[in-house]
Write a protein that binds this ligand. Structure first.
Ligand SMILES: C[S@@+](CC[C@H](N)C(=O)[O-])C[C@H]1O[C@@H](n2cnc3c(N)ncnc32)[C@H](O)[C@@H]1O
Length: 223
């Protein structure tokens, strides 16, 4: 059985991230081979499971995922995947409260409460812990308004991000651009097991002045 089918069978209530977005996380982890992955916003654990499967295939790395709300039965879902017992560590806490010894972080996926102030708190806490070649993925970037504004948080924090045109919108911040330029970007267009083509358009975005890290971009627009 393909892993996507197994996940669908064990966690049938999928009210989370779009399949293309899950596959982007999976393929990026396969490509980057991170040692420490952090996810903010576990929900039922679906994106966690996709990322954990990539780590399991890589043969190294673990994921720390956190959510202050236990009602989504995350741990029960994770128990169904014996192979991930040493790969997934669930923390029943907010992202900003993740233990300080979770470092250096190679891959950070921010998908918790999307309000700007919450994302900013998470960035303040976790950005200093990134490893040299780390990458940060923001989810739900299309819903930017007062209550959902991860891009506003990235901008205020001074991050230059790249937008990926997926259903809900994603953005990437790469800590070491040179590392990224030397890697194969083809995994950003992956194919899911269902044969669905996952080829989100990639659009460079330069965050406004005052950035802590301003870098050259291929094409630019302000957010
Ligand atoms: C959009 S869902 C996450 C979906 C999940 N990543 C997936 O696609 O499978 C957002 C989750 O963030 C959780 N959450 C809310 N505030 C949070 C915080 N401060 N830190 C971590 N998680 C939070 C919510 O309880 C909810 O389960």
């Amino acid at each position: 059985m393909q892993f996507e089918e197994k996940i669908k069978q064990e966690v049938p209530q999928d009210d989370s991230t779009d399949i293309a977005e899950k596959m982007i996380l999976y393929t990026e982890i396969k490509k980057r081979k991170p040692q420490i992955v952090v996810e903010i916003g576990t929900h039922r654990g679906l994106t966690t499971l996709y990322m954990a499967h990539a780590l399991w295939e890589n043969g190294k790395g673990m994921i720390h995922t956190c959510d202050p709300n236990p009602e989504w039965y995350q741990e029960g879902n994770f128990c169904k995947f014996e192979e991930f017992k040493d790969i997934i560590k669930f923390h029943l806490i907010k992202g900003k409260d993740l233990p300080k010894d979770i470092a250096p972080i190679d891959f950070l996926f921010i998908d918790g409460f999307h309000e700007k102030e919450f994302v900013l708190e998470e960035l303040r806490e976790l950005m200093p812990r990134l490893s040299e070649n780390a990458v940060v993925y923001f989810h739900d970037t299309l819903g930017s308004n007062v209550s959902c504004d991860p891009l506003g948080a990235a901008k205020e924090f001074g991050l230059e991000v790249e937008i990926i045109n997926t259903k809900n919108g994603m953005a990437i911040y790469e800590h070491n651009k040179n590392f990224s330029d030397n890697t194969d970007n083809s995994s950003r267009g992956a194919t899911s097991n269902e044969g669905e083509s996952v080829k989100p358009g990639v659009q460079r975005v330069r965050v406004a002045s005052g950035s802590k890290r301003i870098r050259k971009t291929r094409s630019k627009r302000s957010i």
